[in-house]
Design a protein around this ligand. Structure first.
Ligand code: NOJ
Length: 758
């Protein structure tokens, strides 16, 4: 490339970033109403719209700054509050909404936010588990169910979905996302936004505004340590971190939440480039940006803002429109604008965006439209919602190993022994984000299995998991000393036909501020497993966890392993139906399972390096000296009670031009004895490009149900969207060259062929 060419491209790319490219359409009628309303608003009332307070009882972060309930009520009356979070229930929401609507000068309604992450009261599986279903319709339905219950409770805005791509299982928040892959993550993000927001008209009072969080790169925090720094290249940022957010914006997403981390040195809430240039200008996002809890204030300890005033200036200029529990905008922004230190236009832009979402939600037409006590009673915990979360729970289970066909269990004549605290727990399966759900309301695995009466079932706890039952606000204390239950468990297990052991993490071991440096089965569970194995190796290990764990010993010795995550309210029913074969598992891992902690972060879409294989048979190649570099279980992996065979891979043409379509077909046969579902996955490798490309990248998947012996031909279509990437000038390009296509049932897919793009 000539030097002159280089400069042209660089300048063009800068221009591209600042170009307004409105993809979200504006409604001119709403815009006119906003003009009229804003012309009546004082500066104080405008800044008030940019302020969000926490509610009165659930706290999801450090000490709230909004003061006592009385002070908060006073500020609502003064028009100094635009939103509340974590106020819930029709009665409570009505109480605050009435003040905003009936006692403030302009009667602007509040928007009511809440962390509806995997359900409201009726809980779905944790989001990582849902992603393991790869079933986008089911995931959309799950978000719709969650939205319906939250909306019926007076909430009109959820702080979800979380769409942080992460390859680091040490990070506790991987349970909230869709795993390690940006393509799967984008599809899941879109499904969730659609589930929450419906068709974006909000004609139904059971749909709520969604939030894409955490913007951005929170899944790449250094050392997987919470609230830490992320140092990510533009290559990683544009090709891996941002695509789910972009896909959500293109779906009509209403709000975005900033992250707690810095991105290459800039705290996310003060990142003008990402918020204003990329999100708002380049992507044309018309909704509003909310800070994470106190993250504007936290720019001070980060050493980025010297004081509260500086934090206010950076955040508002960057494009953080609403301050969640930071107590920064109301006290400082008004004077800063009056003194000419912040341009009025930044405040006006923020307020316009916030009012726009309130109009779109129909809150100005009827501020009480989400507040119907009859509907609240009918919708929350309804039979239909229980059925929806049960369906989702079954689809989220991943069968990791079934070497001796212990599963499915026989329906009669078997002596089954069930072990482990997690088998009886009605609390841990509810997972971490379940603020509105009552504790101990999950169906336990024990209860689920008790419904199958043909076998003898003997439950022995054998091991306490924790020393005290944890909560959302406490650290989990695992039992590391008390083995007193081992003997009883061994005695029960030794004569059983099958021993089902439910082991893993407590539901509160993942989520915010739950990073771990060790991914083994916590506490004494590994020892417990090995002791039982000595007396009876016929073990079905049912894992309950919110992240990949290091289970190399179990993977080698234990014949049967079922990944059952934390599956929410219907956990026990879902697990029992899978164990007894009434549901044939079809889940596939959304994150690689490492062999040991030293491999983490790990993902299937790593780079080839210059020395990928050991072709010279010497030590100088890319490897670990002590363990295979491959994961224990790869991304996309999962078995079924039947087996599948892929064959006959065909590509419709060998040479393609940009803008064309590549059709890749493959025959998939059910070679086993029962009906089953398989997620066929397509990966590509761009063999030569202007930046080094990952060894493979997921670019298509399809779930197919096949009867025993049945074959179907699946066709995947690849377009510029799948073949292109962001180059090192952050431009989306499709470059000519050779592409390898790989198809199979997981990321180790081996059936392959090639085509050229010219
Ligand atoms: C902090 C979390 O990071 C965020 O995800 C959540 O929505 C807020 N707290 C509100 O609870």
């Amino acid at each position: 490339m000539k030097i002159t060419q280089f400069f042209t491209i660089t300048i063009m790319s800068v221009m591209t970033v600042s170009t307004i490219n409105a993809q979200q359409k504006l409604n001119p009628e709403i815009e006119k109403k906003i003009d009229v309303l804003m012309s009546k608003m004082t500066l104080e009332e405008k800044v008030g719209q940019m302020n969000q307070y926490n509610g009165f009882w659930d706290v999801t972060g450090p000490a709230p700054v909004g003061g006592t309930s009385e002070q908060k009520y006073e500020n609502i009356k003064k028009g100094l509050v635009g939103s509340m979070l974590t106020v819930r229930g029709v009665k409570e929401v009505k109480a605050v909404q009435k003040i905003a609507v009936e006692q403030t000068r302009l009667g602007i309604p509040l928007i009511i936010g809440f962390d509806v992450i995997h359900g409201y009261k009726t809980l779905s599986p944790i989001p990582l588990a849902e992603a393991a279903s790869w079933d986008l319709k089911a995931i959309e339905k799950s978000a719709e169910t969650a939205a319906s219950e939250a909306a019926a409770s007076g909430i009109n805005w959820t702080f979800g979905p979380m769409m942080d791509v992460s390859k680091d299982a040490r990070w506790g928040r991987v349970m909230e996302g869709a795993g390690e892959d940006s393509y799967l993550g984008s599809k899941v993000a879109v499904a969730r936004v659609k589930g929450f927001q419906g068709d974006n008209t909000f004609k139904s009072p059971l749909r709520i505004a969604a939030t894409a969080k955490h913007f951005a790169a929170y899944g790449f925090v250094e050392s997987a340590l919470e609230y830490n720094a992320s140092e990510v290249s533009n290559n990683t940022l544009f090709n891996q971190v941002l695509p789910p957010f972009k896909a959500a914006v293109d779906t009509g997403l209403k709000t975005v939440m900033t992250s707690f981390n810095t991105i290459n040195g800039i705290p996310a809430s003060g990142d003008k480039y990402l918020l204003r240039d990329v999100l708002k200008n380049k992507w044309g996002f018309n909704g509003f940006v909310i800070s994470d809890w106190a993250s504007i204030r936290e720019m001070i300890p980060w050493g980025f803002s010297k004081d509260e005033k500086a934090a206010a200036i950076s955040a508002v200029e960057a494009g953080t429109d609403m301050d969640m529990e930071g107590g920064i905008y109301v006290p400082y922004l008004i004077d800063l604008v009056k003194q000419g230190k912040v341009k009025q236009e930044f405040v006006d832009d923020a307020v316009r965006r916030i009012l726009r979402v309130k109009y779109e939600l129909g809150l100005f037409d009827n501020p009480y439209r989400f507040l119907d006590e009859k509907r609240e009673k009918e919708v929350i915990g309804s039979k239909a919602n229980r059925e929806a979360v049960l369906d989702m729970a079954k689809k989220s289970i991943v069968l990791l190993k079934n070497d001796t066909n212990l599963l499915p269990l026989k329906k009669s004549g078997q002596k089954i022994v069930l072990l482990g605290y997690l088998a009886e727990s009605k609390n841990s399966p509810l997972g971490s984000w379940r603020i509105a759900a009552d504790s101990n309301t999950a169906v336990s695995v024990l209860e689920g299995m008790q419904q199958y009466k043909g076998n003898s079932l003997n439950y022995v706890k054998g091991l306490e998991l924790t020393t005290v039952e944890p909560t959302f606000l406490t650290e989990v204390q695992y039992n590391t000393t008390d083995k007193s239950g081992f003997e009883a468990a061994k005695n029960a297990a030794k004569d059983a036909d099958v021993v089902v052991m439910v082991l893993g993490e407590h539901g509160f071991s993942t989520g915010e501020a739950r990073s771990r440096t060790n991914l083994d089965l916590p506490g004494l569970q590994q020892e417990f497993l090995e002791e039982i194995y000595k007396v009876n190796p016929n073990i079905v290990l049912v894992l309950n966890n919110g992240r990949p764990l290091t289970i190399s010993w179990a993977a080698e010795k234990i014949p049967t392993i079922v990944e059952a995550w934390q599956l929410g309210t219907e956990t026990g029913n879902a697990v029992a139906q899978v164990l007894y074969g009434d549901y044939n598992p079809s889940g596939k891992l959304p994150m690689s399972f490492p062999r040991n902690i030293g491999q983490v972060p790990i993902s299937y879409n790593h780079y080839s390096t210059g020395r990928f294989t050991n072709k010279d048979n010497n030590v100088f190649w890319s490897h670990y000296s002590d363990v295979e570099k491959t994961p224990l279980y790869p991304f996309g992996y999962g078995l079924s009670y039947t087996t599948f065979e892929y064959s006959n891979l065909k590509i419709n043409k060998k040479t393609f031009s940009k803008g064309g379509k590549v059709e890749v077909s493959v025959d998939l046969k059910n070679t086993g004895k029962v009906t089953g579902k398989e997620v066929a996955q397509l990966y590509i490798h761009d063999e030569f490009a202007s930046v080094a490309k990952p060894v493979k990248e997921l670019k298509g998947f399809e779930m197919v149900e096949l009867k025993a012996g049945e074959t179907k031909t699946i066709t995947f279509t690849l377009t510029d969207a799948e073949l292109g990437f962001y180059n090192n000038q952050n431009e989306f390009v499709v470059e000519p060259g050779s592409f390898k296509v790989m198809v199979g049932g997981n990321s180790d897919a081996t059936l392959s062929d090639k085509f050229e793009v010219n």
